[in-house]
Design a protein around this ligand. Structure first.
Ligand SMILES: Cc1cc2nc3c(=O)[nH]c(=O)nc-3n(C[C@H](O)[C@H](O)[C@H](O)COP(=O)(O)OP(=O)(O)OC[C@H]3O[C@@H](n4cnc5c(N)ncnc54)[C@H](O)[C@@H]3O)c2cc1C
Length: 548
């Protein structure tokens, strides 16, 4: 691969930093033009292991310290003041290679809100057109579904008595039972959509990178950490990156494109002199552009776990240990079926919980497994499942207003940034959380489930008052793994990129990952990450053609 070249000569047109959900999409769509030379740089290794393909493999990948990176959050002022450990994918596909594959668009209102904030061209009409092109949906095309695209989408084929009964209980309390939860509408419940095809993960690497990896104009560099962006004057002209062969300089003739995710893109901006001037000076970094919004506006879903005992032997707990685990892996290899063929989040509901809500404001998820949380010792040790039959309900307020931050701790690019999450510091989030928690109980305690679902083991029946519910979040909540918004789009002084995703204050530099979300999308962020990156690539291609 060419290294730094002489003056006036550049090896690449675009350098993309980070090969996660967004980076893979943009690499695919920019290199579709054979004249355009693209370099995609990834800190982690390739994703070539069967664990990325087997849907249930994500539980093991989360423990794989080569392919996942861990970030300690806190301390902060939120519902979990002591902080927690966040994992992220670090390989081709990024977090889309270790994620749970729940495939949710977000709500039309999410994107229309972005547009209403002044981000022209980011409304639902634009984004749903992208989803339709991006998908190859097992249900065929529909108002919000596509066929023939690179991302395979399947509605959970693992039907079960337990989930049928939970869905029926939902219907009894007014949630519409639907085939496709992504079809816009009011309160609804149904089996979960996954980005899975033929019982295999269809993440960003599988959908966007592997099919084009042999393009002669696309270079993929793994095991290489971008340390900083290089500028000539205020124009980004390349990056300095460290791989096995040491630190090297790589030049981009047109643009440097950041796709390191919401935790590492702001870090790279700050390391490169774009951030709050005072903070940069404190770390001995020269200020190129004083941009106080870099690393601010961090949003994350605060997800609470509720567990119930099952009165029937209907949980999958026993399937993932002892002799059954290898047998189920063999079943997946041979037949592409069984408990390893789906990630385990069987069904879901999108519901309005706050009495004032005009559209669903909470995302509930139901699973036929239950964790032994008393033995929980962080992701590096792995979650143990209960021996007894149990089920899990998870829920989070969809549109959190609480804001955290992510900033460098030092000028060392290998040091993890400092993350303050500030869960539930906004009154709206606390109110929705309380209503949502009660809605979870209303559903699971419906009389139709009396012979199926038993006592609440977590957080337990002693939790009753509003204060007790909020206190329960301190122990039994965790991240949705959807942190976003830390280099947000907009035109006000706290915005980091404009609506064409160009970084304010400099040229030749864009951000295309979920850092740019002005506010959180209502459910999981994997599908929105890919759709936003798809639209970003359209914009970049358009600007190149216009510039000539
Ligand atoms: C454990 C987990 C479970 C999840 N479950 C779901 C789910 O079920 N459904 C869903 O829709 N979403 C889920 N998500 C969220 C979804 O995967 C992310 O929103 C999405 O991947 C974000 O895309 P991104 O491109 O912004 O960042 P990422 O996909 O995280 O990619 C960033 C990439 O950039 C690389 N990188 C960062 N900095 C540098 C640097 N300086 N130099 C070189 N490379 C760099 C990283 O190694 C990484 O590969 C989950 C996420 C996690 C972590």
């Amino acid at each position: 691969m060419p290294d730094a070249t002489g003056p006036g000569e550049t090896a690449f047109d675009y350098i993309i930093c980070g090969a996660g959900a967004a980076g893979c999409v943009v690499a695919n769509r920019l290199s579709a033009d054979p004249k355009v030379r693209v370099l995609l740089i990834e800190a982690g290794p390739s994703d070539r292991t069967w664990l990325t393909r087997m849907p249930r493999g994500f539980a093991r990948l989360l423990l794989n310290q080569r392919r996942a990176r861990y970030f300690q959050t806190g301390p902060d002022n939120g519902a979990k003041p002591g902080g927690e450990m966040w994992s992220r994918g670090r390989m081709l596909g990024g977090s889309s290679s270790i994620n749970g594959m729940l495939y949710f668009h977000g709500l039309p209102q999410d994107y229309d809100h972005w547009e209403a904030l002044g981000n022209t061209g980011w409304g639902w009409d634009t984004i749903v057109a992208v989803f339709r092109q991006m998908e190859d949906h097992a249900l065929g095309s529909g108002v919000a579904r596509g066929v023939g695209g690179p991302v395979k989408v399947t509605i959970n084929p693992e039907r079960s008595r337990l989930m049928d009964e939970v869905i029926a209980a939902g219907e009894a309390i007014g949630y519409a039972p639907v085939e496709d939860l992504n079809e816009p509408g009011p309160d609804r419940i149904g089996y979960t959509p996954f980005n899975i095809g033929k019982a295999q993960r269809s993440g960003a690497a599988q959908a966007f990178l592997h099919p084009v990896a042999n393009r002669p104009n696309l270079t993929i560099l793994t095991g290489t950490l971008v340390h900083r962006i290089l500028f000539e004057g205020r124009r980004a002209v390349g990056v300095q990156a460290q791989g096995q062969e040491g630190v090297r300089t790589l030049r981009a003739g047109r643009e440097v494109i950041l796709a390191g995710g919401a935790l590492q893109t702001p870090q790279l901006l700050e390391l490169s002199g774009i951030g709050a001037a005072g903070r940069l000076r404190d770390h001995g970094i020269g200020v190129l552009h004083d941009s106080p919004g870099v690393g601010e506006n961090l949003r994350e879903h605060c997800l609470i776990i509720m567990q119930r005992r099952l009165l029937k032997p209907w949980s999958l707990n026993a399937q993932f240990s002892g002799w059954r685990a290898p047998l189920n892996v063999a079943r997946w290899f041979a037949l592409r079926s069984g408990p390893m063929a789906f990630p385990g989040f069987d069904a879901a509901a999108l519901v309005a919980c706050d009495p004032d809500a005009t559209h669903p404001d909470a995302h509930l998820i139901f699973s036929r497994t239950s964790m032994d949380l008393r033995s929980w010792d962080g992701w590096t040790k792995g979650p143990q499942l209960e021996r007894a039959h149990g089920m899990q309900l998870m829920g989070y307020p969809s549109q959190p207003r609480s804001q955290g931050s992510v900033h460098i701790r030092s000028a060392d690019p290998t040091e993890a940034p400092e993350i303050k999450v500030n869960y539930l510091t906004d009154e709206h989030d606390r109110r929705v959380s309380i209503h949502m928690f009660r809605a979870m109980r209303r559903l699971i305690e419906h009389p139709s489930l009396a012979e199926v679902v038993g006592e609440e083991t977590i957080p337990g029946p002693r939790v009753q008052t509003d204060d007790e519910i909020i206190d329960a979040f301190a122990t039994y909540s965790g991240p949705g793994y959807h942190a976003c918004g830390s280099a947000r789009m907009g035109s006000d002084p706290m915005a980091v990129v404009d609506s064409r995703l160009r970084v304010h204050g400099v040229s030749g530099l864009r951000v295309v990952d979920i850092s740019i979300f002005p506010t959180q999308t209502s459910q999981n962020t994997g599908a929105p990450a890919m759709a936003v990156a798809w639209h970003a690539a359209d914009i970049i291609n358009e600007d190149r053609l216009r510039a000539g």
